[in-house]
Design a protein around this ligand. Structure first.
Ligand code: TGC
Ligand code: FAD
Length: 441
């Protein structure tokens, strides 16, 4: 199903205009608008809202609420109807990226280059809206926005920014981020990919090596590949343009038959003496600081996103439990064991969202640390996976049917707990920060 051009046009001005206002009024929380009570009339007791139990909405600006609603409307009306078939077919419709680009959802925190320039919290809300539908769609967006566009914005030359960012913001160029190798996943510092001076082409480097489990790689146009620069032995970032690679120097085979994240394309990157212009290397950043800086943005986004997936699991389970009757015609939602599952999951989704929001606010003030991001990435992924798995039980046998959507989230959430630093790796990052003792030596 394709989004009609007219419908996109209705949504697009909203997000872009909202983003502009957002910059002007970001410091004004919605709460400051009122809810004043008169001295004589007692304030009415607010009702409990199971969809936002601690009223996180109260901490958002009006602009953030509008952006969130625009993203939610697009995701629920336009990509949700496509996901079941895409997941069955193990297919990613590239049109989705262009639609997201039209709406200003790609590279949304970047200022300029045709990007929306929204707050980190607004970008988290977009991510949450997308992952409420499917982690795979969020994955494609995260790689494009945080890992590749974020990397170019942070470390690229002016020429690289001008060349790639506007087209990537529109979804016309698709990015991939190659860090993981077949023999080096949690420990990318030991990577083997290497960039040497090209033996025959002046002004070019020769890039060789293999990357694996790379989101978007089979169809990506721009691949940000991290490799050791032979001259110094230090890790550097290289922008590999598929259209410029001579035959046989770049292969990106798909990894098929995945049992999770099936609505996202995953593959390998094989580089065999691929000529890369020196101008396509990031000029200054050396070592793991480069890829990990990009990962800070993507891990932050995942912490928001998985709360969207968990909220969808809660809503689906609640509806099912209210409708499904067992024992004397009672809805199973009446039984305390079922209620406890919903209470646990709702509590974790609420705490996780508030924690991500706090880190987002600190991020915009320049006060967020990588350890904070490790904390929310780990905790939110772990809680989302554990609760989704428990809520799956509410569906009984029907949980096994893909029509109910819960099994898809559970399988996806295993992946979110694994990529961008598996949860135990983030425990070690936190443990190191807490004790001051290095665990990785
Ligand atoms: P370590 O000594 O800790 O650090 C090496 C250098 O990197 C710097 N650094 C950071 N800089 C910015 N942000 C961060 N979060 C940083 N973490 C570390 C650090 O300051 C140091 O700089 P310098 O100047 O001293 O050299 O390195 P280590 O080798 O001991 O690292 C250990 C560990 C566990 C932290 C690290 O290797 C790790 O995080 N492993 C997990 C690997 C990972 O996250 N891979 C992700 C692959 S990409 C992906 O999964 C995308 S999926 C996308 C999708 O589909 O959504
Ligand atoms: P390993 O590093 O082999 O780890 C296996 C297990 O050992 C884990 O549980 C880990 O926690 C544990 N372990 C490892 N070291 C230690 C230690 N010191 N102490 C205790 N436990 C330890 N990568 C990219 O670069 N770009 C992408 O776009 C990308 N997309 C992905 C998409 C999908 C669908 C998947 C599944 C992965 C993707 N990845 C990507 C790769 C991902 O980042 C890695 O799978 C992840 O970092 C873990 O590496 P590994 O699979 O090699 O596991």
């Amino acid at each position: 199903m394709q989004l009609e051009a007219t419908e996109l046009n209705m949504l697009r001005p909203l997000l872009r205009n909202v983003a502009k206002q957002s910059v002007a009024t970001a410091a004004r929380p919605v709460a400051s608008r009122g809810f004043a009570t008169s001295a004589s009339a007692p304030a009415p007791t607010p009702a409990f809202n199971w969809e936002d139990p601690l009223n996180a909405r109260n901490l958002l600006t009006e602009e953030e609420i509008s952006i969130s609603e625009t993203a939610e409307a697009y995701c629920q009306e336009r990509i949700l109807p496509r996901v079941l078939q895409a997941y069955r077919d193990e297919n990613y419709d590239r049109q989705i990226l262009e639609e997201m680009g039209e709406l200003g959802l790609l590279g949304a925190t970047i200022q300029g280059y045709d990007c929306a320039g929204v707050s980190s919290v607004a970008s988290g809300l977009i991510t949450k809206a997308v992952e409420r539908v499917d982690s795979g769609y969020r994955s494609a967006m995260s790689v494009q926005s945080a890992l590749v566009m974020g990397g170019i914005e942070e470390f690229g030359t002016q020429e690289q920014k001008d060349k790639f960012l506007p087209k990537m913001a529109k979804g016309k160029l698709l990015g991939a981020f190659g860090l993981t190798e077949p023999n080096h996943g949690s420990d990318p510092g030991s990577m083997e990919a290497i960039a040497k001076p090209h033996p025959t082409k002046k002004g070019y480097l020769s890039l060789s090596g293999s990357k694996t489990w790379i989101t978007n790689s089979p169809i990506a146009d721009v691949l940000l590949v991290w490799a050791k620069y032979q001259e110094t032995g230090k890790i550097r970032g290289f922008l590999v343009e598929r259209s410029e690679c001579p035959p046989g120097t770049l292969e990106t085979p798909a990894i098929k038959d995945k049992n999770g994240l099936r609505a996202s394309l995953t593959g390998m990157i094989h580089l065999d003496e691929c000529p890369i212009p020196e101008a396509n290397m990031f000029p200054d950043v050396e070592g793991l600081t480069g890829p990990f800086t990009c990962l800070n943005g993507a891990r932050y986004g995942i912490a928001w996103g998985v709360m969207g997936a968990l909220e969808d699991c809660i809503a689906r389970s609640r509806t099912y439990a209210l409708e499904r009757k067992q024992f004397k015609g009672n809805p199973i939602a009446k039984y305390q064991l079922v209620q406890k599952k919903l209470a646990d999951a709702t509590t974790d989704a609420t705490y996780g969202t508030l924690a991500a929001l706090q880190v987002g606010r600190l991020k915009d003030q320049g006060k967020a640390t990588p350890e904070m991001i490790s904390m929310i990435k780990r905790q939110n992924c772990d809680r989302a996976l554990s609760n989704a798995r428990t809520l799956q039980e509410v569906f009984g046998g029907n949980a096994v049917s893909d029509e109910y959507g819960i099994g898809r989230h559970v399988a996806n959430l295993f992946v979110t707990q694994t990529y961008e630093g598996q949860s135990d790796i983030h425990s070690l990052i936190l443990g190191r920060a807490i004790t001051g003792l290095q665990a990785f030596v």
